[in-house]
Design a protein around this ligand. Structure first.
Ligand code: FAD
Length: 410
């Protein structure tokens, strides 16, 4: 069997890439190791950069009933409950970025992408196919699956997430970096008093998020804190008891919401340092396989969606030179994704300040207005392929990776 494009991984990045290629008339096969192609039951923030990508993929129509367009994002002090600053998502925001800010359920997004893929008639989705081996020659790339089947293609796309098998073949065995922060998630029916906003409460090494999903019927919640007990992933690390202790002094609103967190499952947070080399011969990485990032800017999936559109365009522009197309894709996407990977760490540090630095954060951010978009222009604005995005200047001495732990922890 010889495919034109073979995608390893049926997450948001892989399925969006399949759709991007199909929109250009290119047939694609997606191999997903899970028995069913599905997303975890949690919310997703979709910035205007990713909404534009979804628009160009033609899936907005399928999201209209489930996606919520919040009025604003608000940062509040987790102890006092007082508002620190906000970002207005009103008409000025929408016209500046050519798209709204949206929040949605991951499952709703993946379903919309899958439905559109099916409608093209050009995408074959194959669950229960775990890729375990990869080889390539000048003419083709071949993957082997755990069930013994092999698939040959003119190009292979590794969209297989944080612990990407395809990445291992391109860039070697480096474990992802483990953060000391643990996450608990949960959803609750939306109370009448909940604001139609992305709410972020911040404080000393903790944060809490709430926003509506599923047409506004449900609130998605995330609580996170830095555990200092033992090693991330150990039984005594980041436990529900520690969650209760660390959030003991929070404001009443957060305390109320936390009662409905699902404490049966905790999430470890990972990322990697930016590393080039995503495109090698007929194989390329994208999404978390290429540039996993911490979640503080809510951009991991958004960057995967930008990747999808860029890859579809690169492949369609050079159908007779796929290795060249993959190189061009990396040249366009690497500087952008690397900047987001780094700045998201920086923003996480700001959120988690306590004591005097936390008071200073509140004071400095409190001075900005809700329509001051200066800090987010670099992230949300459209960049043409040949323009180098204007990146925020980080102090040269800033150590962005102060607490990293490079160990494989599941
Ligand atoms: C707490 C938290 C909150 C977040 N919030 C946001 C947010 O609000 N907005 C946002 O944009 N991002 C957010 N993210 C990031 C986002 O979830 C990820 O960046 C995104 O899901 C990555 O998509 P992906 O398709 O690249 O990888 P994945 O979603 O990991 O998909 C990879 C797929 O590949 C499959 N696979 C793996 N190995 C193989 C193999 N060998 N063979 C075949 N298939 C394989 C997997 O089963 C999986 O289905 C958040 C992350 C976390 C942890």
């Amino acid at each position: 069997m010889h495919d034109r494009i073979l995608i390893v991984g049926g997450g948001i990045g892989g399925v969006a890439t399949a759709l991007a290629c199909a929109r250009k008339g290119i047939a694609v096969r997606v191999l997903e190791r899970a028995p069913v192609i599905a997303e975890v039951g949690a919310g997703l923030q979709v910035g205007p950069n990713a909404w534009r990508a979804l628009t160009s993929l033609g899936v907005i129509g399928r999201l209209e009933r489930s996606a919520v367009l919040p009025r604003r994002a608000v940062m509040l002090d987790v102890t006092t409950g007082e508002e620190i600053t906000s970002l207005d998502f009103g008409p000025g925001f929408v016209s500046r970025y050519g798209a709204p800010y949206a929040v949605m359920h991951r499952g709703d997004l993946l379903t919309a992408l899958i439905e559109e893929c099916k409608a093209t008639g050009l995408v074959t989705l194959e669950p229960a196919k775990e890729v375990v081996d990869l080889t390539q020659t000048a003419a083709a790339a071949t993957v082997r699956c755990a069930d013994g089947s092999t698939h040959r293609a003119a190009a292979v796309v590794g969209a297989d997430g944080l612990r990407s098998t395809v990445r291992r073949f391109l860039l070697g065995e480096e474990a992802p970096l483990v953060s000391r922060y643990v996450v608990y998630r949960g959803t609750i029916p939306r109370p009448a008093h909940a604001e139609d906003a992305v709410m972020l409460w911040v404080g000393d090494k903790i944060h809490y998020i709430q926003y509506p999903v599923r047409g506004g019927q449900v609130l998605n919640q995330v609580a996170s804190f830095a555990s200092d007990r033992g090693d991330p992933g150990a039984d005594d690390w980041g436990t529900p008891e520690e969650l209760a202790e660390r959030f003991a002094g929070v404001c009443e609103y957060v305390r109320d919401g936390m009662r409905s967190l699902d404490t049966a499952k905790r999430w470890l947070l990972h990322d990697r340092r930016p590393a080039a080399g995503w495109a090698q011969g007929r194989v390329v990485l994208l999404g978390d396989a290429a540039h996993p990032m911490q979640q503080y800017l809510a951009q991991g999936a958004c960057q995967a969606l930008e990747d999808a559109v860029a890859l579809g365009e690169a492949v369609a522009a050079s159908p007779d030179d796929l290795p060249g197309a993959l190189q061009k894709f990396e040249a366009v996407r690497y500087p952008r994704a690397a900047a987001v990977q780094q700045v998201t760490r920086y923003f996480g540090e700001i959120c988690h300040l306590g004591g005097v630095p936390g008071t200073l954060r509140n004071h400095v951010l409190g001075a900005r207005t809700a329509t001051d978009y200066g800090h987010v222009d670099w992230l949300y604005r459209a960049h043409s392929d040949d323009a180098v995005p204007a990146l925020p200047q980080l102090p040269a001495h800033l150590n962005l990776y102060p607490h990293e732990l490079a160990r494989e922890i599941r």
